[in-house]
Design a protein around this ligand. Structure first.
Ligand code: GLC
Ligand code: MG
Length: 273
C-alpha cells in the first residue's frame, strides 16, 4: 500500500555499523511506519538480509532488493516481481561470463554463496579505471551486455546491463506509484551510486567511501553523522530542514490515514559520540 514517502536504504555500513544508532533509527521508524514504506537494498542476497533481520534491530521492510539489484521480493510474503526478472535478465548467461573472464588473472572469484545466475562477483583489489575499462571492452567484444559495479576498492560485481540498485529503486518507486520527490535513498559505497543518479532525495552517511562522498548536487545530502545516525540526520534534513515536497498523504483512497497529513516528528539525535 502506497504511503507518504518511500525510503530505500542500503544495509551494510549504512543502517548496520553502530548498534545504538540502529536502535534509535528503528525506534523512529516504528513511530512513523504509517507514513513510510521501507526498502532494504544490498549487495548481499535476500537470504542473507533475512538473517540480519533476525539478528539485529533492522526494522522489517516492505521490500528487499538483494544481489546489487538482481533480486526484488516483497516482505514478509517473499513474492518476486515477475516484470523485473523478465525485463532485466533476458539472454544473460552468468556461467558463460565466468568462463570468459577466467583468463583475467587478477580477478579472484568470490565464494559460491555470493554468486548467482545473474550476479558474477570477484575480488579485485585497487583496480584502476584502465583495468575496469579493459574488462568492460572485452565483454562488449564478446557481445555481452554487462554492468560493471566496482565498490570499496575491492568488489567487482558483473550484472546484466541495466541492473543495479538504482534501476531496482526506480522500478520499485514506479511499481508502487511514488513520484521521485517522495523517494529518499541512502548509502555508503559505490554499489549505491546508481541510486543517486535519479531525482530522488539522497542521503550519504558520514562514514561513506570517498567514491560516494564526492557526489554533489541539489538532491544530495552528505551527513556528518555515521551509519544509521546519518540516515536519521538525512531524514530530518529532507523531511524538515529542506523538504522537496509537502509532507502530505498523496492518495486519500489508499493511504493509511485517509485525508490526514502525515506528520514526521523532528529528529533529536543523541550527542556526538
Ligand atoms: C556484498 C556482496 C558481495 C558484493 C558486494 C558489493 O558484500 O556480498 O558479493 O561484491 O556486496 O556489491
Ligand atoms: Mg553498504
Amino acid at each position: 500500500m502506497k504511503k507518504c514517502k518511500l525510503l530505500v536504504s542500503d544495509v551494510d555500513f549504512t543502517l548496520l555499523g553502530d548498534k545504538e544508532n540502529l536502535s534509535q533509527f528503528a525506534e523512529w521508524f516504528e513511530e512513523h511506519r504509517a507514513c513510510l514504506q521501507l526498502v532494504l537494498t544490498s549487495g548481499r542476497f535476500i537470504e542473507s538480509i533475512m538473517e540480519s533481520l533476525r539478528e539485529t534491530d533492522l526494522p522489517e521492510p516492505d521490500y528487499i532488493v538483494g544481489g546489487v539489484g538482481t533480486e526484488i521480493q516483497s516482505y514478509p510474503e517473499r513474492h518476486s516481481i515477475a516484470a523485473w526478472d523478465a525485463d532485466m535478465f533476458g539472454n544473460w548467461d552468468g556461467d558463460c561470463v565466468r568462463q570468459l573472464l577466467s583468463e583475467f588473472d587478477r580477478l579472484e572469484p568470490q565464494a559460491d554463496e555470493f554468486q548467482s545466475d545473474f550476479k558474477v562477483s570477484y575480488f579485485l583489489p585497487e583496480a584502476g579505471s584502465g583495468e575496469l575499462d579493459s574488462i568492460s571492452e572485452f565483454l562488449q567484444d564478446q557481445s555481452i551486455h554487462a554492468e560493471l559495479i566496482y565498490s570499496s576498492d575491492r568488489d567487482l560485481d558483473i550484472l546484466p546491463a541495466g541492473c543495479n540498485k538504482g534501476t531496482a529503486a526506480e522500478f520499485l518507486a514506479n511499481h508502487l506509484g511514488y513520484e521521485p520527490d517522495d523517494v529518499i535513498v541512502c548509502g555508503d559505497s559505490a554499489n549505491d551510486l546508481a541510486m543517486f543518479q535519479y531525482d530522488f532525495s539522497g542521503i550519504i552517511v558520514g562514514n561513506a567511501h570517498p567514491e560516494l562522498r564526492a557526489l554533489e548536487g541539489p538532491a544530495i545530502y552528505k551527513s556528518p553523522r555515521d551509519y544509521a545516525a546519518g540516515v536519521l540526520d538525512g531524514l530530518d534534513h529532507w523531511l524538515h530542514r529542506r523538504p522537496r515536497m509537502p509532507v502530505t498523504v498523496p492518495d486519500t483512497s489508499s493511504s493509511s490515514h485517509p485525508g490526514e497529513p502525515c506528520s514526521f516528528a523532528r529528529i533529536n539525535l543523541s550527542p556526538w559520540s
